[in-house]
Design a binder for this molecule. Structure first.
Ligand code: IPD
Length: 262
């Protein structure tokens, strides 16, 4: 049974998802000129965050806030805050590719205790709460049971737009790709982590990532029996900007291989 907070999170994600699906259809139907599409998507993104904020802050007015679009706001309760990416996978959305999500996490005393990643195009609601498991709609999630790298598929994000992370990413890939069944770059970190929780991907890593991209996914993977750490040992996977997540059987090999490339 989802908790009261989880019900609020799911409701907010659905509400934002409905608006985004309408906007996505407009992008797909090319009613938006290529020139104006960027602005249109930014507006859709901001409107989704507004809806989520209205819902979450309406239900829990004392919690703090960190949103991709509106930044940080302290709450009366310094121990709790929402961490929100209203549209993760913006580039996919802009290009008419139906692989993007709404991501909402709840942090308590510095730990992510609940997360929702909603993919409205496929009607897949991934959600997890600390101690209560990870779910997709009403189906319980488990990370994959694969224990051979050569059978495993990993997700990642390719640094773009002149990112300083590109050389390290190329080193990572040179080590990981040859020993696995494949590496995918699907363009939504929140869904990459949800898919690790669902056993679709066996693991995921990324450099140059923001807390709101990954916060909800972290609790999904952990509650599905997987491991999540900062790419640099001892650092926070949410705050450090470099994350790795994996099923239990491959975590040691995967993390050691990546860290050796660092
Ligand atoms: C992006 C996506 C992408 C990742 C980028 C993020 P956004 O988030 O999660 O998969 O590789 O690093 O910035 O900008 O679409 O919210």
């Amino acid at each position: 049974m989802p908790s009261a907070n989880m019900n609020v999170m799911i409701k907010a994600a659905r509400k934002a998802g409905r608006g985004l699906v309408k906007d996505f259809r407009e992008v797909e139907n090319l009613q938006v000129s290529v020139k104006g599409a960027g602005d249109f998507v930014s507006r859709a993104d901001r409107e989704a965050e507004r809806l989520i904020k209205e819902e979450l802050r309406g239900a829990r007015p004392t919690y703090g806030w960190l949103g991709e679009e509106t930044g940080t706001e302290a709450g009366e309760d310094p121990t709790r805050r929402w961490i929100v990416d209203p549209l993760d996978g913006t580039t996919n959305f802009l290009h008419g590719m139906p692989h993007w999500a709404v991501s909402i996490a709840l942090e308590h005393k510095g730990e992510i205790v609940a997360g929702v990643v909603f993919d409205p195009a496929k009607d897949e609601m991934f959600w997890a709460e600390k101690g209560a498991g990870a779910w997709m709609n009403d189906q319980r999630l488990r990370v994959s049971g694969r224990s051979r790298m050569i059978e495993a598929v990993f997700a990642t994000g390719v640094p773009f737009g002149g990112s300083r992370h590109l050389p390290a990413f190329l080193k990572d890939t040179a080590r990981i790709a040859p020993i696995t069944a494949g590496v995918r770059r699907w363009g939504s970190a929140a869904l990459d982590l949800a898919y690790v929780a669902a056993g679709r991907f066996d693991g995921y890593w990324e450099r140059g990532i923001q807390p709101y991209d990954v916060a909800a996914g972290v609790v999904l993977v952990r509650e599905a029996g997987g491991f999540v750490e900062g790419l640099r040992k001892g650092e926070s996977p949410v705050e450090s900007g470099a994350i790795l997540a994996c099923n239990a059987g491959l975590f040691t090999t995967f993390s050691e291989t990546l860290r050796a490339a660092d």
